[in-house]
Design a protein around this ligand. Structure first.
Ligand code: 3PG
Length: 307
């Protein structure tokens, strides 16, 4: 089988070498399309692929249509909003992600972002410490739990809101379950977002929530830009010059944000949450193993779509 790794933002070399080893030892062939700049390159590369590994690369209905042999696509990472699951299902193409594999890298970045904003983006002046501050985790999944554990080790008080996780589980881990988002935003100096971009969350982080944050509050986004209501973010940053926003996924209106609120906002130049050698290796190798396992035994653990 031909397994294509198509990554606009490439994996570390060690991850590619590891993927190659797994693929070739299982008797398959590896094809690489890295740092591509045009969708046409992806459409051409998938033409003879039996399997596809991607990162945030968009696997649209057009890409699926250009890949007549495709049997399985694995998103090496957690969020799968870049996969057209309906188009995959229509062709009975198995779609998977690799949950948890890059979570630690993202969690470390979220902590770093809190410190960076507390120290005035590393510019001269008096900042503040995160020890003793209150952190609210929005969504207590793989990343949220790791952020909570690290924040607790740094002396923060941690609360979390997740309607899908029992309160007892949070309590067992020393995290206070929030009764509502409104309550959590109203009490926390930092809010760290770990929600996926799905219809229920898109545009949901709005004026009403952000404006509840206490004086000097900071919103940390290592999730997705789509969850932010950008027009309302602009309004709340205007009305509350004490509030801060740091993101790993530049807003559509990032230029406006940078110009109007340079002391209040910061965006990484390119999404870097999962950009560690460890995360690349964990997620890339897991994707390769999941594909080889599917071809060998039909294993569909981590399948996202159903038909
Ligand atoms: C994920 O959903 O796993 C992260 O957002 C990482 O995305 P990336 O592979 O594009 O860095």
């Amino acid at each position: 089988m031909k397994i294509l790794v198509a990554t606009e933002k490439p994996f570390a070399a060690a991850a590619v070498n590891g993927i190659r080893k797994i693929v070739e030892e299982a008797g398959h062939e590896l094809a690489l399309l890295e740092k591509y700049t045009d969708k046409a390159q992806l459409l051409e590369a998938v033409a003879d692929a039996d399997a596809l590994i991607v990162r945030s690369d968009k696997v649209t209905a057009e890409v699926i249509a250009a890949a007549p042999n495709l049997k399985i696509v694995v998103r090496a990472g957690a969020g799968f909003d870049n996969l057209d699951l309906a188009a995959c299902s229509e062709r009975r193409i198995v779609a998977m992600n690799t949950p948890g594999q890059n979570s630690n890298a993202v969690a470390e970045l979220a902590i770093a972002m809190m410190i960076f904003m507390s120290r005035n983006q590393f510019t001269p002046g008096t900042g503040c410490e995160i020890q003793g501050r209150k952190l609210g985790i929005q969504a207590y999944g793989n990343v949220g739990r790791l952020v909570a554990a690290k924040a607790k080790a740094l002396g923060m008080e941690v609360m979390a809101y997740d309607p899908f996780v029992p309160a007892e589980k949070m309590q067992e881990e020393g995290v206070v379950p929030a009764e509502s988002l409104e309550q959590m935003y109203g009490q926390c100096n930092f809010i760290s977002l770990h929600i996926p971009a799905v219809p229920a969350t898109i545009g949901s982080i709005n004026y009403d929530l952000i404006s509840r944050m206490p004086k000097g509050g900071c919103l940390v986004n290592t999730a997705r830009k789509e969850v932010i209501n950008e027009a309302e973010l602009v309004k709340v940053l205007t009305d509350r010059p004490d509030l801060k926003y740091i993101t790993d996924i530049a807003a559509v209106c990032q230029e406006e944000l940078n110009q109007k609120f340079c002391k209040q906002v910061f965006a990484t130049p390119k999404k870097m949450g999962a950009e560690t050698a460890e995360a690349n290796i964990n997620a890339g190798l897991a994707a390769a193993r999941q594909i080889c396992g599917y071809f060998e035994t039909g294993c569909t653990k981590f399948q996202l779509n159903k038909w």
